[in-house]
Ligand binder design. Structure first.
Ligand code: PMP
Length: 366
């Protein structure tokens, strides 16, 4: 026990990030990063002048970046957005953090799915929130009705969900938004660029919707730490209140520049997303032919059932020994699953071969 920590935090179970081992070269399929490099313009975004300017603080308003985000995403969704609808952050985890700080409290509960991104639970505990973990259906689909109930300050889903990769429809999102206009509904779209349908088009109709995005996956910029959220002016103002009360310079100068450059070559990143989605479909087909069960994914990862052939933990450890890193969660309902990031075709080829070899080694399991 840490005697310096305030009592309220002594039982807190922090989020465990995926491994970033340095001991040897792995085929790294454990943290949903992009296997492809940032685009040519992004790579050249930082000049010597930009480096010299590091002596100055970054622009706390990120005005240029927010204007660009509003333009690009407004156009794509066919709605009118301005910088007042955009909030930029140090990765999208920051947005979730600020949303908890702004919308959840003693008098306001939070709800999120029982099987979802692990950080939601950590923030709920950190903020001492009254949290409801909505149970999933047996096939890991979301129980939409639970999210229609009133009395919450914040409702969160990830679409596609993590770690399942499964999506919910825009109509279901609409139903949730319509049923309760008091609570902020945060749709975490970290993985939407790989095949799901974005809720951004609903922003014109619903002032209780907040959509978060990240540059970490589809934009190959996990190390730059850049996220953004789109919402009504009132929701964005609430997030800004938290930002200006904690860390006004939450996006650094380098990341601000790099993010802007990335948005200027969106086509390059769209093509990568298409490649990743194609590799995902090919990988799923091969593994299903071999008898593996895989949940229907629209993300840059798949959720594969290792049983009845081998336990999830054993499969994770064996793959690691063979130089392939995937993610295994020590949680009862999903302990016989692996979350596998979609890498380059040749990496997925290796993964498939190793999984087939493991299955053979352990027998058919029947
Ligand atoms: N949401 C979900 C569902 C995620 O899986 C992740 C990545 N771990 C994040 C948000 C946060 O990503 P980042 O902070 O890199 O933007």
């Amino acid at each position: 026990m840490n005697k310096f920590l305030r009592p309220g935090l002594r039982g807190l179970k922090a989020y465990t990030p995926g491994e970033q081992p340095r001991d040897k070269e792995y085929i790294k399929l454990n943290t949903n990063e992009s296997p492809y490099m940032p685009g040519p313009k992004t790579l050249k975004a930082l000049s010597l002048e930009d480096m010299e300017d590091l002596r100055l603080y970054s622009d706390p308003t990120q005005l240029k970046l927010r204007k660009k985000v509003a333009l690009v995403y407004g156009e794509k969704a066919g709605i009118f957005l301005t910088e007042d609808n955009v909030f930029c952050s140090n990765g999208s985890d920051d947005i979730i953090n600020f949303a908890f700080a702004a919308f959840v409290g003693r008098e306001k509960k939070v709800i999120y799915p029982e099987i979802s991104y692990g950080f939601y639970k950590v923030f709920a505990e950190f903020y001492g929130a009254d949290a409801v973990e909505a149970p999933m259906k047996e096939d890991f689909a979301l129980e939409v009705d639970a999210f229609k109930e009133k009395g919450y300050g914040l409702k969160i889903i990830a679409n596609p969900n993590a770690p399942t990769g499964m999506t919910i429809s825009i109509d279901e999102i609409k139903e949730i938004l319509k049923s309760d206009r008091e609570a902020v509904f945060l749709v975490d779209e970290a993985y939407i660029d790989f095949g799901g349908e974005s809720a951004i088009s609903l922003l014109g109709e619903y002032d209780n919707l907040l959509v978060s995005r990240t540059f970490s996956k589809s934009f190959s910029l996990a190390g730059a730490r850049l996220g953004f959220a789109l919402g009504s002016k009132e929701i964005i103002e609430a997030l800004e209140l938290i930002k200006y009360s904690t860390n006004p310079y939450n996006v650094n100068r380098m990341t601000d520049r790099v993010g802007l450059a990335a948005l200027e070559e969106e086509d390059y990143y769209n093509k990568n997303c298409e490649k990743i989605a194609k590799t995902r479909e090919e990988t799923v087909e091969r593994l299903e032919e071999e008898g593996f069960k895989i949940l229907p994914s629209k993300a840059n990862f798949i959720f594969l059932k290792t049983s009845p052939y081998i336990s999830g933990e054993e499969a994770y450890l064996s793959l690691k020994e063979r130089g392939i890193l995937v993610r295994w969660f020590n949680k009862e309902e999903i302990k016989d699953y692996l979350r596998i990031t979609i890498g380059k075709p040749e990496e997925m080829e290796r993964l498939t071969e190793e999984l087939i070899a493991l299955k053979k080694q352990k027998g058919s399991g029947k």
